[in-house]
Design a protein around this ligand. Structure first.
Ligand SMILES: [Mg+2]
Length: 185
């Protein structure tokens, strides 16, 4: 298996919503994101989604709805020729003080254990400061910020951060192209 690319979901793969994505009908791909995942798959990367879903801990949505949303996402990616190997999500809220809610690295460590991932060769793509910090906390090789979703706000925040992202991409497709180049480097 090739190197691993961890992807945040909301604002990276699909359009984010302040009211949460609560049902498959509310799940809408960001343009070119299924094709971006297909490009990574076909270039030999393993793609794993790492996502905070506090709507579960807030009892806004049953787990079955979240699973149905994941199925829709995986099916859309497969239709484009890509593959999502697995999805790890944090169901908690801040007050739970868990070790898996990004920026904590717990979800990435769960994936690392299950798939024996060499984190020092892994990439993380996100649209929020917490994604970049999660990548650093987990020891991922490269952290990429996309401008979709919360990316613009995060960019302003991260420019004041002592640990800026390794790359800023227009969207996931642009990020995928950069990752492929970077891994060949
Ligand atoms: Mg996000």
């Amino acid at each position: 298996m090739g190197d691993t690319v961890f992807l945040d979901r909301d604002g990276v793969i699909n359009q984010d919503s302040a009211a949460y994505v609560k049902d498959p009908s509310e799940f809408e791909f960001i343009p070119r994101s299924p094709e971006a995942i297909a490009l990574l798959t076909q270039s030999g990367f393993q793609v794993i989604v790492i996502t905070n879903q506090s709507m579960i801990g807030r009892n806004l949505v049953p787990k079955e709805s979240l699973e149905a949303i994941f199925e829709k996402m995986k099916a859309g990616v497969e239709a484009a020729g890509g593959r999502i190997t697995d999805i790890f999500y944090c169901p908690h809220v801040d007050e739970d003080r868990c070790s898996c809610r990004k920026p904590e690295p717990g979800l990435i460590f769960q994936a690392q254990k299950k798939y024996q991932i060499d984190l020092g060769r892994s990439f993380m793509v996100g649209d929020s400061t917490k994604d970049i910090l999660c990548a650093r906390n987990a020891g991922c090789a490269k952290a990429i910020l996309v401008k979709t979703g919360n990316g613009a706000g995060a960019l302003a925040e991260l420019s004041r951060n002592p640990i800026p992202p390794d790359h800023v991409a227009e969207d996931l497709y642009d990020a995928a192209c950069w990752i492929i180049q970077s891994a060949r480097g």
